[in-house]
Design a protein around this ligand. Sequence first.
Ligand SMILES: Cc1cc2nc3c(=O)[nH]c(=O)nc-3n(C[C@H](O)[C@H](O)[C@H](O)COP(=O)(O)O)c2cc1C
Length: 209
Amino acid sequence: MHVNLDLKVLYFGTPVVLIGTRNADGSANLAPMSSAWWLKQSCMIGMGNRSKTTENLLRERECVLNLASADMAAAVDRLAPLTGTFPVPQAKAAKGYRYEADKFGAAGLTPQASELVGAPRVAECPIQLECVVDAVHTFAETASAVEVRVVRAHVEERLVIPGTDHVDPVGWDPLIMKFCEFFGRGEYVHPSRLAEAWRMPHQGLTPTG
Ligand SMILES: Cc1cc2nc3c(=O)[nH]c(=O)nc-3n(C[C@H](O)[C@H](O)[C@H](O)COP(=O)(O)O)c2cc1C
């Protein structure tokens, strides 16, 4: 039996991407996002227009999509309440966001220079995709769907199927954001400040492992 719901959130479960962009002063910004889908060598990323990331994408026309693995949930969660925008937009401040200039330091992650773009890679991410922006579309009134194309892919050696240009799907364990909560291998792995900020009604979840 099905019931009709006025569903508040449609984030059914998508991989977490740490998107690296370059600020106007040349410094690095890093933000977690999970509205990303892939076709051929391109990716469509959905970002709110008030984020520093969107501002940087529109100006610099490039980014790095760093794919987070499930064991990076704590670092991703440390980034969750932060923005590179100063002053913090009112709607974000009301949700508890604060400004942070050094996102890498705050997350405990290591910036790594890219080869073709000015945006930073995240050394801890096993898959890092350097991208250029091909097009920007208005989306859901206050957001942008940014169409990017991968121009260089970096994959940790242990995840490569030997002798091929393919990732081993068994070895790769993506961090999944499901209804604002963190999952890996189908299991709840870490409490989520995003779920807290959104006042999600999830109760009594206990991380496994
Ligand atoms: C797991 C996770 C997934 C997120 N996914 C998105 C997303 O797909 N699109 C988006 O606009 N914001 C998303 N956010 C919120 C942004 O990370 C947040 O707006 C952040 O402040 C952006 O940083 P910036 O302003 O420095 O770019 C997500 C946050 C978390 C923790």
